[in-house]
Ligand binder design. Sequence first.
Ligand code: NI
Length: 176
Amino acid sequence: MKRMSIRPILIHPDPRLKKVAAPVPDLSDDLRRLAEDMLETMYDAPGIGLAAPQVGVLERLIVADAVKDPDAEPQPMVMFNPEIVLSSDETNVYEEGCLSIPDQYAEVTRPAEVRVRWIDMTGEPREAEFDGLWATVLQHEIDHLNGKLFIDYLSPMKRQMMTRKSLKIKRERARV
Ligand code: NI
């Protein structure tokens, strides 16, 4: 029987969102369960990516599904120890958001294409190139593993404004 559960997502500001996550050692059933939980949490939110530090686990694991069309086949992606090994000079601008910074969006410029190396759910090493929204999502999630948020790419003033707003939402949610 498959046991899955939705985990609470940390809201910025939180010191755990600013830490560098540790590499995942050998895959275990616990880690696979965490990945399944993260996928369920991401789809439930709903979001297109989630990193383990966002659910309070400081390990290098991300999940993503950049297929936004609700009629298309979902493409759940689980990456242990993901690493960007190559980035294009060409850039892309996307309006990004983050499940840890609710209801706030801003344009971020990133490399348009990346080559990523990771360990999949079966423990196999994989490597592939990503472009479009996939490239942006994976870079955003891998940033989380290094304690970096998308608002860190913005001006200090904009970052402070969004942090204050996020803190307000966080306090409101804590009160419920
Ligand atoms: Ni995020």
